[in-house]
Design a protein around this ligand. Sequence first.
Ligand code: ATP
Ligand code: MG
Length: 347
Amino acid sequence: MDMKGGVLMKRYEIGKLLGQGTFAKVYHARNLKTGMSVAIKVIDKEKILKVGLIDQIKREISVMRQVRHPHVLELYEVLATRTKIYFILEYAKGGELFNKVAKGKLKEDVARRYFQQLIAAVDYCHSRGVAHRDLKPENLLLDENGNLKVSDFGLSALAESKRQDGLLHTTCGTPAYVAPEVINRKGYDGAKADIWSCGVILFVLLAGYLPFHDPNLMELYKKIGRADFKFPNWFPPDVRRLISKILDPNPSTRISLIKIMESSWFRKGLDSRAICIIRETKEPPPLDDDTNFGLNIDSSSSDVDQKQELSKISNLNAFDIISYSPGFDLSGLFEGTDQRKEVRFTG
Ligand code: ATP
Ligand code: MG
């Protein structure tokens, strides 16, 4: 169904299609009340009911609600109709980071800045017990100021089911970013697997191509399992050291996030205070301070007002209702709207 031009729940005017993933279509949209841009991720309920994920997704949504970080794409609210779930997300105007890499490798300082932002986001989420499990280029977006926004944090149920479905083996999902222990399906620590993916991402930013590639999937798996890759000759020694420690096939000896942050390559250009700021972002940061360690952020005041307004709205509704209602009954969301009769989730 093409939603373009439609109005969702009398509140969001749907604009152009931004992209499409395994479970979802993502549209640009405008909040009719505030005028603010958002992205709306539309998920077909049938697809996730089929893979039996409703309970886990409920849990994950309630977790995502607690995750607020300058480099984690914010989930404002969740709406639903009989057939669809709508994630109302912060809009990442700059699109995918990897459109930039597609044009060629990045300068070292630029790559470092994105990597610092990525690690800050991942560390923050891990400290709250949330692993990503699907870190890859499509999930690294940029805002209008060129700051990194990691998307799909907390939706690991979807990431997992893709793997179990075998979708990893199709063009929908690439194993190129996936840790060896995940491929071996032994049961694994999602946080450690995320660190591996960050290493692959760093390699790609600096090299302009993947560390592990092979047209034959079995060969690719073997290369990943052995961490069989070569550094391009322009990689400096300190980043080689760092990447080698991240791309350790053994998750129990793989470098930790804190050690990554202490590495000389990571710290270049940051003062020690910045490292503390990275680790201490516990509360939703005020939008005008330098919690992204003074790298940028420059929101006009009206944007800030709109953003705060939207956050306030989202604090009241979908999340609480979803987390506390036993049957995933979303009827409270549709008070006074036409969809009212269609809102009950059934298994
Ligand atoms: P997968 O289904 O494996 O997660 P994916 O991450 O590409 O794949 P989606 O998360 O559904 O799929 O997103 C599809 C695309 O839409 C993204 O790759 C991105 O280009 C775009 N997109 C997603 N969210 C936003 C957003 N908040 N702002 C701007 N563009 C977005
Ligand atoms: Mg995504």
